[in-house]
Design a protein around this ligand. Structure first.
Ligand code: PLP
Length: 496
């Protein structure tokens, strides 16, 4: 691999003594004594720059970023759809922006009304009896859901249940969430159609099973053809059925997990309902539960504590479910960044619009799969949901999925997810989302077909890609193992 030397100037290289970007106003309070001398530093390692220097520096750096606003972003499982800008306007409305979670409830009735409505909408969308908005993201929602499953069994005096069943096509966070609670994981293989192997599932089900965590559609982009049978098998041995709802983008307005018989499910608002995520954006992982689990939800939920009438609106406040597992988070979830944005998205679409979202997401994925089928091996080749998985390798060639992913950057596309799911060799997991038009899907398919040709004619071009990006091929292992997190500090800095 090429050894990349980063030559970008740091903000310290740009510093010039005496240059400044702010003018301090005259003090309007009396001067106080400074702390004792031994607690003071003579100088701070701060760069000295004017406002324009800072703006240009960061603008320059931001142009290295690839974003969903700058191009196609088919990162499978992540649902990188375009985030409508009206969401940004609403979450910045002063009434939402300048409130604090500890304010008296009478002063934040609008916020509470929004949260209450969101709980109701998510119930309607998913078919569950009750919803909490607290969890911070998908994996946190899973952890919350598994805590609820455990609390349910314990409340019935059923203490021997310690096993969680997870198919090999599940998202990696599923076994991790159950494992964090000390449960042992029983992995069930997929059959040749990408469904859960029913015989193996039956063999694993007994009275020590907490339940099963099913990602559906799974990480192959397949809707399990026996989902109702699977749920029945798990219920018959006294287990609960967890649905990983991160892939809900394929199902909106078409099928409701609650109606299928799932007992608990997390949503990924940041994926399904257009909240910018990745690179540290806020997640939001509400959890929906069936009636028999509603008492175990984390506290507090938003409820109506005084009914309204024709003249007065209802009074919203916080309520505690009877056997609550407790809090999942300080305060009430990611309000502005998560809930207000996704509330806006749902309100703008309405029920018919949400159904369109899923139908276009599924159509786009199937269109791309059909265009690529003759060039790339699709190991589980049937009608897919919102994403599909191809193999990034060709017979007789040493080109790998990583080479294809890097070469796509030269064609100005963000690479798809690669090397996941683990059950496909050299996986390329492609999720176009509903927000792409036919032109961009065609251009992406053309690029992948061109790359397949290049793999025969000029394989070295792929091995050394990308070529047009500011930095070439990175050593990703080194970057992960030898983290340099403070390269912005000047070389001679010491905090002693
Ligand atoms: C993204 C994802 C998760 C985890 O969600 P986070 O918000 O990233 O924690 C879980 N399951 C599936 C299928 C996912 O795609």
């Amino acid at each position: 691999m090429t050894d990349v030397k980063i030559v970008e100037p740091t903000i310290f290289d740009l510093s010039s003594p005496g240059r400044t970007g702010v003018t301090m106003p005259a003090s309007d309070v009396p001067a106080a004594d400074l702390p004792p001398q031994h607690l003071l530093r003579a100088d701070l390692p701060l760069p000295e720059l004017a406002e324009v220097d800072v703006v240009r520096h960061y603008m320059h750096l931001s142009k290295f970023n690839y974003s969903v606003d700058s191009g196609f972003y088919p990162l499978g499982s992540c649902t990188m759809k375009y985030n409508p800008k009206i969401n940004e306007d609403t979450c910045r409305l002063p009434g939402f922006l300048f409130t604090h979670p500890l304010q008296p409830i009478e002063t934040v009735q609008g916020n509470l009304a929004l949260m209450y409505t969101m709980q109701e909408w998510l119930k309607e969308i998913s078919g569950f009896a009750a919803v909490t908005l607290q969890p911070a993201a998908g994996a946190h929602g899973e952890f919350c859901g598994v805590l609820i499953m455990r609390a349910y069994h314990k409340s019935r005096g059923d203490h021997k249940r310690t096993k969680m069943i997870v198919p090999d096509s599940a998202h990696g966070t599923n076994p991790a969430s159950a494992g964090m609670l000390g449960m042992s994981i029983v992995v069930i293989p997929s059959d040749e159609r990408g469904n859960v192997d029913l015989e193996k599932l039956k063999a694993a089900c007994d009275d020590t099973v907490v339940g099963m965590m099913l990602t559906n559609p799974n990480t192959l982009g397949m809707f399990d053809e026996h989902v109702e049978e699977i749920i029945k098998i798990v219920h018959d041995c006294g287990g609960l059925m967890y649905g990983d709802g991160a892939n809900l983008n394929a199902l909106l307005g078409i099928v409701r997990p609650g109606d299928l018989g799932f007992d608990v499910m997390h949503f990924n608002l940041h994926k399904t309902f257009a909240v910018p995520h990745g690179g540290g954006g806020p997640g939001s992982g509400p959890v929906g539960v069936a009636e028999r689990l509603a008492d175990f939800l984390p506290e507090p939920l938003v409820g109506i504590i005084e009914e309204g009438d024709e003249e007065e609106p209802p009074l919203f406040g916080f309520v505690k479910p009877e056997k609550s597992i407790g809090r999942m988070k300080a305060f009430h979830g990611h309000f502005g960044g998560g809930l207000v944005r996704s509330f806006t998205y749902i309100a703008m679409h309405g029920p018919d619009g949400l159904k369109d979202v899923s139908q276009y997401a599924v159509l786009n994925a199937n269109y791309l799969q059909a265009k690529l089928r003759d060039t790339y091996t699709i190991p589980y080749d049937r009608i897919c949901m919102h994403e599909f998985v191809a193999e990034g390798r060709f017979e007789g060639s040493d080109v790998r999925a990583l080479d294809i992913a890097k070469r796509l950057m030269d064609y100005n596309f963000h690479p798809p997810t690669n090397y996941f799911p683990l059950i496909v060799h050299e996986a390329l997991m492609i999720e176009p989302t509903e927000t792409e038009n036919k032109d961009s899907l065609d251009a992406f398919a053309d690029a992948l077909i061109k790359i397949a040709e290049e793999s025969k004619s000029q394989p070295e071009l792929l091995h050394s890609a990308p070529h047009i990006t500011p930095f070439g091929r990175m050593d990703e292992v080194k970057a992960a193992r030898e983290l340099v997190l403070c390269c912005w500090l000047p070389e001679n800095y010491s905090d002693q």
